[in-house]
Design a protein around this ligand. Structure first.
Ligand SMILES: [Zn+2]
Length: 320
């Protein structure tokens, strides 16, 4: 009996604290390159490894800086019961005026922060500053991708208010891990975005609209799998509890490709924002920029902190 108890205690959830998981973020930034119009595609093709590898930097920085966390989500339900989010000012300064900066930061700022990143990326293009272009491209790809995740648009982000603890990583990590090979991520070539602010708020609104379905179906399919919702895998020295393949399969199918559709939309949005920044910067010629990219010591530091440390601020996958 004791041994069983000890074994049970050693069960840990395998999921990492990364929105869309490593796989999702890397896939989104990588595939966004192929959605670019042909005047910008060659530049990103050269640097595809950078924007792919660095797509998870913003999550790593959450282990270093307290103020990083709020850039990855928006608790829409703090402001409105349902989409559309039309009582929250979409302009940052007006929102600060209405709610104060502290309130906004407490409940997440992903759409506003994506707009700030767009301005920074545009400036980097204007200055033909290669390092900043690549850094901001990778970063904005991450934030935009997060804005497309339904559970990044609610204060019930890990099902902690509805007895569905663990759903965050299930939706954005476990399901992509299992089904990504079947995802249709082709988007066609992106177009210039006339109103990026409304574009990103729409994305968050769509995410918010999907929250009910994400939660309801997990509960319903979970009831059908009362006895086999979880299974155990051995990873290294740990026995790890995971959602079972049978449950994941039924939950994934019940959502009718929602995970793939949100990821596909994220791919489009990331490429469209890259392209829009470049056009707004006057379509600078990037051909002669050096291909040398020095390592940023901060990235290394953040990576180490992630390996050893604890996330600062909101822990999406913890026992909140
Ligand atoms: Zn994130």
């Amino acid at each position: 009996m004791k041994r069983i108890a000890a074994l049970l205690l050693s069960f840990v959830f395998v999921f990492q604290s990364f929105a869309w998981g490593f796989l999702g973020h890397k896939t989104i930034n990588n595939r966004a390159v192929f959605a670019l119009p042909e005047d910008l595609f060659p530049f990103y093709k050269i640097h595809i490894d950078y924007v792919t590898q660095h797509s998870t930097d913003p999550d790593s920085r959450r282990y270093l800086f307290e103020d990083e966390g709020c850039r990855h989500f928006l608790d829409c339900d703090h402001y409105e019961f349902a989409a559309p989010l039309d009582t929250v000012p979409h302009n940052w300064f007006k929102a600060v005026e209405k709610y104060t900066e502290d309130t906004l930061n407490a409940h997440g700022i992903v759409p506003w922060y994506s707009m700030l990143m767009l301005r920074k990326l545009t400036k980097a293009f204007e200055n033909k500053d290669l390092i900043k272009i690549l850094k901001y491209s990778a970063d904005i790809g991450h934030y935009i991708a997060d804005a497309h995740v339904p559970l990044h648009s609610t204060s019930n982000y890990n099902g902690q208010h509805t007895g569905q603890h663990g759903i965050h990583a299930l939706w954005e990590s476990r399901l992509p891990q299992l089904f990504i090979d079947s995802f249709d991520l082709l988007t066609g070539t992106v177009a210039y975005v006339q109103d990026p602010q409304e574009f990103i708020w729409n994305a968050v609104s769509e995410s918010y609209e999907a929250v009910d379905t994400v939660l309801f179906l997990e509960k319903r399919i979970g009831m059908l799998h009362e006895n086999n919702k979880f299974s155990y895998e051995i990873i290294g020295n740990n026995t790890v509890q995971v959602y079972s393949a049978a449950f994941c399969n039924d939950y994934y199918r019940s959502m009718e490709n929602m995970v793939a559709r949100r990821m596909q939309k994220a791919v489009y949005a990331v490429a469209a924002f890259w392209y829009t920044a470049w056009v707004d910067a006057g379509q600078p010629d990037l051909k002669n920029l050096s291909a040398e990219i020095p390592q940023d010591p901060l990235d290394e530091k953040a990576e180490k902190a992630r390996e050893n440390g604890k996330i600062k601020g909101r822990e999406e996958h913890g026992k909140d």
